[in-house]
Design a protein around this ligand. Sequence first.
Ligand code: FDA
Length: 393
Amino acid sequence: MQQWDVIVIGAGAAGLMCAIEAGKRGRKVLILDNGKRVGRKIIMSGGGRCNFTNMYSSPENFLSHNKHFCKSALSRYSQWDFIALVQKHNIAYHEKTLGQLFCDNSAKDIVDMLLTEAKTAGVQIALQQQIQQVSKTEAGFIVDTPDVSRACHSLVVASGGLSLPNLGATAFGFQLAEQFGLNVLPLRAALVPVTWQPADKAVFEEISGVSLPVTVEANGTLFPEDMLFTHRGLSGPAILQISSYWQPGDDITVNLSPETDINEFLTNQQQSHPEQELKTALSKLLPKRLVEKLLDMQLVTNQPLKALHNKTIQNIANSLHSYIFKPNGTEGYRTAEVTLGGVNTNDLSSKTMAAKQHDNLFFIGEVVDVTGWLGGYNFQWAWASGWVAGQYC
Ligand code: FDA
């Protein structure tokens, strides 16, 4: 039987970071992954440029049943630590928007960096491994694959969430947690487009491709970003962000003109251009195709501005500042960026990421009930939780 100090399951962001840190401590580390290559989500992230962290990352950017759990890891391995690593490898990067850092060239630069670090730290990687069974022994764990049984002192579960099953996502980590008596909180697709109710689809699918800056609100949380109409529903960063806070049956309230008070704007236009049509005036604020759709829907009636009463202007403004969509659902794990929920942090040490009941069993990255906003936060959690576990496994 092969003997290892540490076996890490999952060669994604968290698993690679953990293995590197453990290897640097002189631990004999093996990563097992079911895929043909490492870091598949890193490669395809950020449109191929990997939004690898966020300059403004802080615990407020994460969802978890225990909001305090992520604080320790995020403070001990911060965005600045990861940026320093990226700089050490001379990887060119830039801030796209809102503190989101992307590679100038390719996400592959990040994977190459991690592989270089892993090699230097003596980490071994075995790909295309089908793990059949994990059992506990007095000395640690035994991990069985069809060809070989491997023993280890510490086992690190970094097998990620359920999004993109065609990229190798499995429920392995959640099942293993349950096998060892840890609680797994309900799982849900997040950072995901929402889908139309049939009636809305009939109305809005014609304007798919229209995008505009909005603020979206659900359950008391608000995001200012762009929203995109698609054939299936609503997408764009604003919608992906709010999807993490939206529950089935909830409304999403959209302010279609967050920067300009429509009441004030139309009143001013009415005074300066009384003959102007409402459609023309609104098209100065909103995409023309959306305005035409609102007219089709008879949400607003086209007429010269001079014919509009103050009350009508106020009503138009109110409905456009708080337009209510009631999604049918989400596109699910097929397109979601992350999985909400996961291994209950009450069962883990925030200092080490080890299970409270099993000192040498660790859970890191997306498999844990810590989910970041869109914008590099999820990778930052993967790096930070992986780094922390790497100090103790
Ligand atoms: P990750 O999923 O990266 O790795 C898990 C590994 O475990 C995989 O290699 C998988 O094959 C392996 N595995 C699973 N089951 C196994 C089993 N049974 N046996 C062996 N191995 C197994 N975040 C961000 O911050 N910035 C961004 O730009 C993006 N962009 C983005 C785009 C897209 C399309 C997606 C789907 C996601 C993102 N994300 C993101 C989210 C980010 O990719 C995600 O949060 C991290 O990859 C999570 O890292 P982990 O290491 O926890 O899991």
